[in-house]
Design a protein around this ligand. Structure first.
Ligand code: ADP
Ligand code: MG
Length: 464
């Protein structure tokens, strides 16, 4: 069996993985960028140890069981354990314990399940995205790694806690423990070291600049001080797409531009009050699932595209737009009625910041409908995600509050995010916004663009 595993995994192509596999240090860390092969090698190593030493108890864990289940466990069961071995093993879906034919067992656990961790004695523990743990969690994990005698009576030659992670800020305890105090053996790898990735994925990552490139493409430990949204974390907020339930309210946000890019974002919201239903998947707040980010095109052309892209979507509840009245009139004439967004920068940013902190704003990795080559050539952001690392506070004379105004540059996606959150923010429900708009004589109710369903039948916004 061991040969089957080794055969499937080609570590010769990623030297860091080989080093990680061979290390017997009691604490080991694989620090690397996006898709640097971290979860894969962590799972491979765990399985290898269980096969090599029959009767071993191992643990695969992450901060929350939900995140483990949707990421690391996917990797383990889809890519790592060979189907023929899986067929001879048994997996208990209640306890989340996998028992291999040689009596080795692998526990799948979240740190958020303290009861299950209580009496555990493991020979090895693998923690994915270990940067999510606080130091107490980590010390607790170290304490659980104390199994010596195996089921068959043999003695385990070494115990090991191995973690994989995206880098964080240099002030993080893990950086201190591993890089400064030298208590953890380190292996490092960048995305560009992984030859197994599809070229289009590499292409997207090449769009990352500045400190995001350093951290998430090159795998360096850098901080995000000075960024307006220093809490925005692509590792958490830039996500794989999923099928959005049809009953989720939809919104659009529009930022005008011709020389600068024009932006239109399509958003879906987990219905307020229904978040409990999606707790297991961790879905909440708003998802940007589609966006136009394109320069040098007229508003008429954009309007046509917006209508076309929206065709198969559920009716949109509201389209919040930048204020240019001429452009808004053109949109309206071409089938895209809008509502003037609430635009206050300072309060808007505070609300967005809070929403990011609560993981209520996330962006689908495939949201961009078409990449603007002019922007690529000019080395400018080509979609909303790429703006975050460059969205910084403006320099102000000393003595003044530093954090008041962001630099007015590369902020089209940033404006769209703010229009959405701030236009809806604090009001709790769409109904309230709607009522307010009705009271304002200049904007007729049909401007909401929500009276028609996909089949052209009148449809009430109330259904949201
Ligand atoms: N040695 C390898 N051989 C084959 N495929 C690999 C290898 N290492 C990683 N991969 C593949 O590369 C992709 C990214 O790896 P993954 O471990 O998920 O990255 P990370 O956890 O660092 O984001 C996955 O599809 C994974 O299966
Ligand atoms: Mg991973």
């Amino acid at each position: 069996m061991t040969t089957a595993v080794q055969h499937r995994l080609d570590t010769s192509r990623i030297p860091a993985q080989r080093k990680f596999m061979e290390s017997q240090a009691s604490e080991l860390l694989y620090s690397g960028a996006f898709a640097a092969g971290k979860s894969r090698i962590g799972c491979e190593k765990g399985l290898f140890l269980c096969l090599r030493y029959p009767g071993t108890v191992g643990v695969i864990m992450r901060k929350t069981f939900t995140s483990l289940r949707y990421t690391t466990m996917e990797t383990f069961f889809r890519d790592v354990i060979p189907p023929e071995l899986m067929a001879r093993s048994s997996y208990n879906k209640v306890t989340n314990i996998l028992t291999l034919p040689n009596q080795s067992r692998i526990f799948f656990l979240g740190i958020d399940e303290p009861l299950k961790i209580g009496g555990l004695e493991a020979g090895w523990i693998y923690v994915d995205e270990i940067v999510e743990l606080n130091e107490d969690d980590y010390i607790m994990v170290l304490g659980r790694c104390r199994l010596t005698k195996l089921v068959g009576g043999e003695v385990l030659p070494f115990r090991q806690v191995f973690g994989t992670t995206n880098p964080g800020a240099p002030s993080h305890w893990l950086y201190q423990r591993a890089f400064v105090e030298g208590k953890i053996e380190i292996v490092e790898s960048s995305t560009l070291d992984n030859p197994f990735l599809p070229p289009d994925y590499i292409e997207v990552l090449k769009g990352f600049t500045g400190r995001y490139r350093d951290r998430y493409v090159l795998g360096k430990w850098v901080g995000f001080e000075g960024l307006v949204y220093d809490n925005w974390d692509p590792a958490t907020h830039w996500i794989e797409p999923f099928d959005i339930p049809v009953d989720w309210p939809r919104f659009r946000t529009i930022d005008f531009g011709f020389t600068n890019p024009f932006g239109c974002g399509w958003w879906a919201q987990v219905p307020p009050g229904k978040e409990e239903e999606y707790k297991e998947q961790g879905w909440k707040g708003f998802y940007l699932y589609r966006e136009i980010y394109m320069s040098q095109r007229t508003v008429e052309v954009h309007a046509r595209d917006i209508v076309r892209y929206s065709r198969d979507d559920p009716a949109v509840t509201a389209t919040f737009s930048d204020w240019d009245s001429g452009d808004r009139a053109i949109l309206e004439k071409n089938g895209v009625p809008t509502v003037a967004a609430k635009k206050d920068i300072s309060s808007g940013i505070q609300e967005v910041y809070q929403a990011i902190d609560d993981n209520r704003i996330r962006i689908f990795k495939n949201s961009l409908v078409e990449r603007d080559q002019e922007l690529v050539n000019a080395k400018l952001p080509t979609c909303t995600v790429e703006e975050f690392p460059n969205y910084q506070w403006a320099e102000v004379p000393t003595g003044k509050n530093q954090k008041e105004i962001p630099r007015d540059k590369d902020n089209h996606g940033m404006d769209m995010v703010r229009y959405l959150i701030y236009s809806l923010g604090g009001r709790g429900s769409v109904q309230q916004v709607y009522t307010e708009r009705r009271a304002a004589p200049r904007v007729p109710a049909r401007s909401w663009g929500l009276m028609r369903g996909t089949g052209g039948r009148p449809r009430s916004w109330m259904r949201f």
